[in-house]
Write a protein that binds this ligand. Structure first.
Ligand code: CTP
Length: 409
């Protein structure tokens, strides 16, 4: 099975001009991977370094990875012009890693090097990923600098807790590359996205309805589609809450996550989350039935017992029970009669549109990275979309939600 590559305009960092500032921390080597991932994501990357950073990684490393000159010395004749141009061209400046010294200079507006100079000269959003020893991070001087930077609208990502270069354990590790990329997509989304200022709610994954303390009734939903929907909304600037059943997925940067186990918990969490929301996309696969009377202790086999009867009680229909949520989108995962089933659910769940897919079709369904969906709109319009990545399907959904939001205004 082949899949078309993600359309260029759907890559959130494609065509963006990212200035990457690297300062003198041992974590500087991780900035090489960041530079590479930024370029793979379609961004143009221009690296500026402090002299201290070049002690850890050479400018040639970044030059090779980005295909562009790296600026270190702001006084060299060739680079004299370049130093302001990097700041002007940037859609965003990412400083990773940022040392304690760098944070202090940023807070006071001092420009002893190309990184801090670029930060002062640019009008683009600035994202800072600190990395240092935990005692330096926790020092009131550093914390005061961080508060100053946050107050000025700088986005901080990390530092994360864990093992530090000194061998100690504490807060001070550079944020991982996916987190930094997520933070950058969040910042750019808020600036340019068509969902900026909107609050949206997404549900994802299946539910687990307990049979006894160690067993449950559930389904095979992995939550991938829901998480892709949440990420795409964030990339378009929305404030996103994801209500997730038990799934093995990391929380993407910038997304508020509420974890739930059962349908009853999912309904309660969604009631709170959808109060005043602009849209609800219900991609979760809630279990329709739950064991009527879960056992207090682990169920044991009785001698000679060849079968077991479990009485299941019907769970509430979450969409039908929720009064509002804004633009309402549901899913219909079917194995037969897709159109008839989807259209019936569209009406009974009071949806603006429903995303139907045949989970038995190649490339669609549980655990895949792609999906081929048909969108059934209230009012009768039907759109059959091609096989796409789940992230592209997510954008197709938000395109239609955005359209409906605009139409309502
Ligand atoms: N849904 C819901 N509450 C439930 C079950 C489903 O809100 N208890 C939502 C799903 O998140 C999805 C839509 O309703 O957006 C359709 O889900 P689906 O499982 O296909 O439909 P059901 O209503 O459960 O109907 P059936 O299982 O009989 O096909």
């Amino acid at each position: 099975m082949t899949t078309a590559p993600v359309a260029e305009h759907r890559l959130p960092l494609a065509g963006r001009h990212i200035a990457l500032g690297v300062t003198g921390s041992i974590a500087a080597f991780k900035a090489a991977d960041l530079a590479s991932k930024l370029r793979q994501a379609g961004a143009t990357v221009e690296v500026v370094m402090t002299p201290a950073a070049t002690q850890f990684v050479t400018p040639l490393t970044f030059q090779s990875l980005t295909g562009r000159d790296v600026v270190v010395d702001m006084f060299s004749a060739r680079e004299a012009e370049a130093h302001i141009e990097v700041a002007r061209r940037a859609d965003a400046l990412v400083i990773a890693p940022a040392t304690a010294d760098c944070l202090a200079n940023l807070a006071t507006g001092q420009t002893p090097d190309m990184v801090t100079l670029t930060a002062l000269a640019t009008r683009a959003p600035v994202l800072v990923a600190p990395a240092m020893d935990n005692q330096m991070w926790e020092h009131p001087a550093t914390q005061a600098n961080v508060a100053t930077l946050r107050g000025r609208g700088v986005t901080l990502v990390g530092p994360n807790p864990g093992r530090l270069a000194t061998g100690r354990v504490g807060a001070g590790r550079l944020a991982e590359v996916p987190e930094v990329l997520g933070a950058l997509r969040t910042v750019l989304g808020k600036l340019h996205g068509d969902l900026a200022g909107r609050r949206v709610v997404v549900s994802a994954g299946g539910t687990q309805e307990p049979l006894d303390p160690v067993r449950y009734v559930g389904n095979r939903s992995t939550g991938k589609m829901g998480f892709a929907i949440a990420e795409a909304a964030r990339d378009r600037g929305a404030e996103v809450t994801i209500v997730a059943g038990p799934v093995a997925l990391e929380t993407p940067f910038g997304i508020a996550r509420v974890d739930v186990g059962t349908v009853a918990q999912m309904l309660a969490a969604l009631e709170t989350a959808t109060a005043g929301s602009d849209a609800l996309v219900m991609s979760a696969a809630p279990a329709d039935f739950r064991p009527n009377d879960p056992a207090e202790h682990k169920l044991k086999k009785a001698p000679g017992e060849d079968s077991m009867h479990v009485h299941l009680a019907k769970n509430p229909d979450i969409l039908a029970s929720l009064p509002g949520g804004g633009v309402r989108v549901g899913f219909a995962a079917e194995t037969q009669n897709l159109a008839a089933n989807a259209v019936a659910k569209l009406a009974s769940k009071r949806l603006d549109f429903i995303v139907g897919n045949d989970v038995t079709a190649a490339g669609s369904g549980f655990g895949t990275d792609t999906n081929q969906v048909t969108i059934f709109h209230a009012g009768g319009r039907i759109e059959e979309l091609p096989l796409m990545t789940k992230y592209e399907v997510a954008h197709a959904i938000w395109d239609r939600v955005a359209e409906r939001l605009r139409a309502r205004e």
